[in-house]
Design a protein around this ligand. Sequence first.
Ligand SMILES: [Zn+2]
Length: 169
Amino acid sequence: MQHLHHPLGYCECGRPVEFKQAAGSGAHREVSCACRRRHDVELGASGWTVVAELTPEQSVPLSGFSTELRHAADAERFWFSYALRGGAALPVHILFSCSAKAAEVRAADLKVFHVDGVRLPTEARRRWIAWWQDRRPSRSRGPSPVVPSRVGRLPVMHVARRPETHPAR
Ligand SMILES: [Zn+2]
C-alpha cells in the first residue's frame, strides 16, 4: 500500500482530499469529505489521483427514478457534471441507497440507468459512464436510435412533461 504524505487534491470546499479516509477496494476508492462531497480516487501510473467529485443535493428532478429507490430510508442524492456528447458538461444525477446496494443515474433527457450491486455512489458513476460509452460508437454511423440527438423531442417514456419545449420567441 502506497503511503501518501500529501493530499490527493482539494475538495470544492477547500479541505484536502486524503487517502486515509478512503472506502472501497482495488484501483478505485471513494473519499468522503466533511462537507459530504464524495471523491472518486483512482490508482494510475502516477499514483492515486482524484478523478471525480460528487456533490450532495437536497432534491433532484425525480421523474424517471423508481419509487422503491426514491422511498428508500437511506436514499442519498448526488450530482456530478459530465460532457455527454463531447460538448458542454451537464449535470448528472445519482440516487443511491446503501442498504439496497442500488443506484439510479440520470442525465439530461436520457432514461434512468439502474445499477445493482453498488456499494458507493462513485461506483454508480463509473458504471453509468461505462454504459454510456458503450453506446457511443453507434452514433458515429448516423442518428442513434438509442440517444435522441436533441433535447425536447423524446419519442419514448411518458408523453410530454411539457407539451411545448420550443423556446418562445
Ligand atoms: Zn469538501
